[in-house]
Ligand binder design. Structure first.
Ligand SMILES: [Zn+2]
Length: 126
């Protein structure tokens, strides 16, 4: 399921959706060099990551869904597992949410480009 060749591999590893070899982002999240620090094209197969101006606007819908899922999960976890009050749960979920924003934003872009680009291992040219 998470093996090379599946969309989940590309999304989870932030790899190029076409070759699954090149990185989508120039730096890791913890390097603090920007959330959207993407390559313009794949370093391995030259797949264009900026397909058109405003291509990643649609990723906001994915990010909205991911954020909503996170908030709902965090609230349920805080209230029913940790026995926090509703207000304490909101504070904990929002603090956690701020920490997860960069990861959710990158995941949303990776999912979005994986919707439009198919895996093609023969795309790598030497
Ligand atoms: Zn590639």
């Amino acid at each position: 399921m998470f093996k090379k060749g599946s969309k989940l591999y590309s999304i989870r590893k932030f790899k190029c959706p076409r070759c699954h070899e090149g990185d989508l982002y120039k730096s890791s999240l913890v390097s603090m060099q920007g959330i959207y620090n993407m390559h313009e094209s794949c370093p391995k197969c030259k797949q264009d990551f900026q397909k058109e101006p405003g291509f990643y606007w649609g990723a906001m819908y994915i990010g909205y869904g991911l954020s909503s899922g996170y908030m709902l999960s965090a609230m349920v976890l805080c209230i029913f597992v940790f026995n926090f009050t509703v207000n304490q749960s909101f504070v904990a979920a929002i603090i956690g949410g701020v920490l997860f924003v960069p990861l959710i934003a990158r995941l949303a872009r990776a999912i979005w480009i994986n919707i439009y680009v198919k895996y093609n291992p023969s795309a790598i040219k030497d």
